[in-house]
Write a protein that binds this ligand. Structure first.
Ligand SMILES: [Zn+2]
Length: 483
């Protein structure tokens, strides 16, 4: 789940922290061109083609994903469910023959558990409205009733004009004022205006999901809630937000009844990353990392964000071990957590291993849903295109054949590594219905997973990682200029 994209679609994060809607600098992929599952009858048998064949013939990725989603379910960081999923993953990885399987703890902040949310109009058509509490929000004091105010402000002055008018109201935020979000002064002024809003004690705040067909979205973090004024906040389905906007435009009095639930733990909790390895034969201290976050939001079961990435990196390890292959450098699978709350797991990993970062050959991260991996984003390291292109070459036959010259800022768990100069690349996938349907919504379920493309993703990850682990050269470390 690219956090940047989250920032663009969910204004909630903008209320919680300085927004940074930098543009994505790569173009969307064309129609998927996956050539079908690989059968290597006509190619010479190399280790890479054997890996492709093994995954095509014996993949456990879909069975694992089904197991994780249907029997464990959503995996919010800090929850018992994620702990169960982490234990499940470690058991699987050990059974596949991985070495050094363990967890690494970090301080996460308080945990949060979703409660019951409900809303309805008390006036006009009395419709029941679909809402879902923002992660880590404070709850309302049970069921509350209040007048509805729609805040529309194109400028900071227009925003300030609502001051004194929202105490005791249920407020819905319109589009954010047009500011220069890179100017710290303007961002600080916006935050101050929002903070004084909260001090007026509105009963609750609603944010449109901005997705069609009543699809919800989700955001929130213990970090963004820390120190914020306590304002119960929930997303509301776009169609229902539209209804409220129309009623507000008519100038009639609109009243709502709602409840925003959820509980935040009194004490901070630890969170964990899962680590597993295939030790290298010649240079075991040099490492290629295959990463995916195992945590998810909780409205669906996290099937595509990021169940698919999780089982794909596990499958890559399974296939290499099943063939009895040993790479020259160590292959390290990391299932991160806390990604959805701001790359917290990968940031903690990078911090804890600062002294060893120099030994990382490269990092490959899978976190863009169910679509096939078309190639890799270079993340500002276009100088490494020859090495990365050579590593992924055996996967060209399954459609992993493009290098995208661009950067997706704060895309996923590759980002904290990039900031330290470690060569880190992000799987550039066909978007499928990720941004229209599944991303952070209640539709993020197994029904939206494309089994063949899941297998292709595991093939692309395994072969590229294999190539980098056996490459003759070390990839140079350097912080990309754009970072
Ligand atoms: Zn994700």
């Amino acid at each position: 789940m690219p956090r940047l994209v989250l920032a663009l679609v969910a204004s909630a994060s903008l209320l919680a922290q300085a927004p940074a809607p930098s543009p994505i600098t790569i173009t969307p992929p064309a129609t998927p061109t996956m050539p079908g599952l690989f059968r290597a009858d006509t190619l010479p048998k190399t280790d890479a083609t054997r890996i492709l064949e093994e995954i095509a013939a014996h993949s456990e990725a879909l069975a694992n994903l089904t197991d994780m989603c249907d029997t464990i379910g959503p995996r919010l960081t800090g929850s018992d469910n994620l702990r169960k999923a982490q234990a499940w993953a470690q058991d699987k990885l050990k059974a596949y023959g991985a070495e050094n399987v363990h967890e690494e703890a970090y301080e996460f902040g308080p945990s949060w558990t979703r409660g019951t949310d409900s809303a309805r109009l008390l006036t006009q058509n009395h419709q029941v409205l679909q809402i879902a509490a923002l992660g880590w929000t404070v709850p309302t004091k049970g069921l509350v009733r209040g007048e509805f105010t729609y805040v529309q402000a194109k400028t900071l002055d227009e925003l300030k004009a609502y001051h004194g008018r929202i105490g005791g109201h249920i407020v819905m935020m319109g589009a954010l004022p047009k500011l220069d979000w890179k100017d710290p002064k303007q961002v600080a002024a916006f935050k101050e205006a929002m903070s004084s809003f909260s001090h007026e004690k509105p009963l609750a705040m609603l944010l449109s999901s901005e997705k069609k067909d009543n699809h919800m979205t989700m955001a929130g973090s213990p970090e963004s809630e820390a120190g914020r004024p306590k304002l119960p906040t929930a997303f509301i389905a776009n169609e229902h937000a539209d209804l409220l906007k129309r009623l507000a435009k008519r100038g009639e009095k609109v009243e709502l009844e709602l409840q925003i639930g959820g509980t935040t733990s009194a004490q901070p909790v630890k969170a964990y990353n899962v680590v597993a390895e295939i030790r290298g034969s010649e240079k075991p201290d040099e490492v290629v990392i295959l990463g995916a976050h195992q945590d998810s939001w909780d409205l669906g079961t996290g099937a595509t964000d990021n169940g698919t990435g999780t089982v794909a990196v596990m499958e890559a390890l399974r296939a290499i071990k099943a063939l009895g292959l040993q790479p020259k450098r160590t292959l390290r699978v990391i299932l991160f957590s806390g990604e959805e709350q701001g790359l917290l797991g990968s940031e903690a990993y990078v911090k804890a291993h600062e002294a060893d970062l120099k030994n990382i050959q490269a990092v490959l991260v899978d976190d863009l849903g169910t679509g096939m991996i078309k190639g890799w984003t270079m993340e500002g390291r276009e100088d490494l295109a020859p090495a990365l292109g050579a590593a992924m070459a055996p996967a060209n036959v399954v459609g992993c054949k493009e290098l995208f010259f661009g950067t997706i800022p704060e895309s996923s768990d590759n980002w904290p590594f990039e900031e330290k100069g470690v060569p880190a690349f992000f799987g550039y996938q066909d978007f499928a219905d990720y941004f229209t349907n599944t991303h952070h919504s209640q539709l993020d379920t197994l029904s939206h997973v494309k089994p063949d493309e899941l297998i292709q993703g595991a093939q692309a990850l395994a072969v590229t990682a294999w190539g980098l682990a056996n490459a003759p050269e070390r990839l140079e470390h350097r912080v990309p200029a754009k970072h």
